[in-house]
Design a protein around this ligand. Structure first.
Ligand code: UDP
Length: 413
């Protein structure tokens, strides 16, 4: 066993790693390519950064390619994202033409790699047209949707479905996201890497240093939300909840830590709204962090008493699992992938409004024994369900089933 695999064995046990090795034996030297639209920022990049080296470690020839576009391309794909999550967006036809033209340019650039790959994972809508643009492809192509597509705005899904329907399979994070499609659909929730900078244990001194740097007082309660500045993450709702709770708990501090993703053009506007909502409250810390500030985020999550992820729609929400792994109770929006992770009253609370969130903040900050009880459950819950080793096992099983035409070997929708 290599050193990297051994280090995971210390977290999940050697049997889990042995199972991965057995499955990977059926896939040795296969050429696998993952394609998405950013290397930094957001959950997809966070996952691929760790999943790709592990697949290589298991003897699978794995590459990670990104497609690039012009500003109009990212405005269009952000509108897709908003539309798939239920917003009634209208996309100008020039944007759609540009979207397809940019994909054609990327298809030319990636043609040699993608045409000869045995398995291609296309993540989210941005690169979805690549399949149609490469008719001489040899391998099996899988569309991996990370978005909360529970109730999509129909015209947007109709347009994208045209590209997606020709794939050999698709993967969703939740049964509620599955769509009528003419191919097998698999359910595979995302995961975190317990050994990444984002999630490794940190010393008290390092946590204290990060708090000092940002002027966070560790003697007073801290609530935290980490997320891109995106309206679906409801950062303004978090500020409202904080205000309502602070009326009863004057010592309360809020940290809203976010950054940008290179494929998300709306971040700046949302950050401006957030800054305006926060006003000049010295206890409301709005932190704009670089996309690789993983250890800083890790320290903030560990410093928090309660973590929020008050999203209005959420594909999964890695930030929830990150907090649960650190033993923090999470107050999460009652939506999408958050429902898989926040088990109401056990690992946290599900809420629908800023008022509801404020009540739960007050409750948790007043009941340290409930926080401790949740802490104990949360870490084990994540170990069983949301670590990268489980995620990898399911990807390997899916690849085996596609390569050996044995779809019945793994659970299908
Ligand atoms: N993240 C980060 N810096 C930020 C905001 C988020 O590193 O300023 C990380 C966060 O810790 C998580 C990922 O980006 O690992 C976001 O994934 P999630 O599934 O929560 O949301 P997405 O951005 O994919 O919608």
């Amino acid at each position: 066993m290599t050193d990297l695999l051994k280090s995971y064995a210390t977290v999940v046990g050697p049997a889990v790693i042995e199972q991965l090795r057995q499955l990977a034996l059926l896939l040795q030297h296969l050429r696998v390519v993952h394609v998405n639209s950013t290397r930094l920022g957001g959950g997809v990049a966070e996952i691929l950064e760790k999943l790709v080296p592990l697949m290589r470690e298991l003897g699978i020839d794995t590459r990670w390619e990104i497609i690039t576009g012009n500003p109009e391309f990212y405005h269009c794909t952000k509108a897709f994202h908003n539309g798939l999550q239920g917003k009634a967006v209208e996309i100008p036809t020039e944007w759609l033409a540009n979207f397809e033209a940019i994909n054609a340019v990327n298809a030319e650039r990636l043609r040699p790699v993608l045409e000869e790959a045995d398995i291609v994972f296309i993540h989210d809508p941005q690169p979805a047209p690549l399949l149609r643009l490469l008719p001489k492809r040899q391998g099996r192509w899988i569309w991996r949707c990370h978005i909360d597509i529970n109730r999509p705005h129909r015209p947007i899904w109709r347009y994208l479905r045209n590209f997606v329907k020709d794939y050999d399979a698709s993967i969703f994070s939740l049964a509620a996201f599955a769509q009528p499609l003419p191919h097998p659909q698999y359910l595979i929730p995302p995961s975190i890497d317990p050994l990444s900078e984002k999630n490794v244990d940190l010393s008290e001194a390092e946590i204290a240093e990060v708090c000092r740097e940002f002027g966070i007082d560790r003697e007073r309660p801290v609530i935290l939300q980490v997320s891109r500045f995106d309206r679906f993450k409801d950062p303004v709702g978090v500020i409202q909840a904080y205000r309502l709770a602070k009326a009863y708990l004057p010592s309360l501090q809020l940290v809203l830590a976010g950054g940008s993703a290179s494929d998300d053009p709306e971040g700046e506007a949302v950050l401006a709204e957030v800054r305006q909502a926060a006003g000049n409250d010295p206890d409301a810390h709005i932190l704009l962090l670089p996309p690789d500030a993983h250890r800083t985020i890790n320290a903030l999550q560990r410093a928090a008493d309660v973590v929020l992820q008050k999203s209005l729609r959420e594909g999964f929400g890695l930030t929830v699992t990150e907090a649960l792994w650190k033993g923090k109770p999470v107050i999460g929006g009652d939506t999408g992938g958050i429902r898989l992770q926040v088990i109401d009253h056990h690992t946290g609370f599900l809420v629908n409004t800023p008022e509801g969130a404020a009540l739960r903040i007050r409750y948790l900050l007043h009941h340290s024994e409930k926080r401790r009880e949740m802490n104990l459950k949360s870490r084990e819950f994540v170990r069983e369900n949301f670590l990268i080793t489980r995620h990898l096992r399911e990807y390997l099983a899916l690849m085996v089933s596609l390569m050996y035409q044995a779809e019945d070997r793994i659970e299908l929708v």
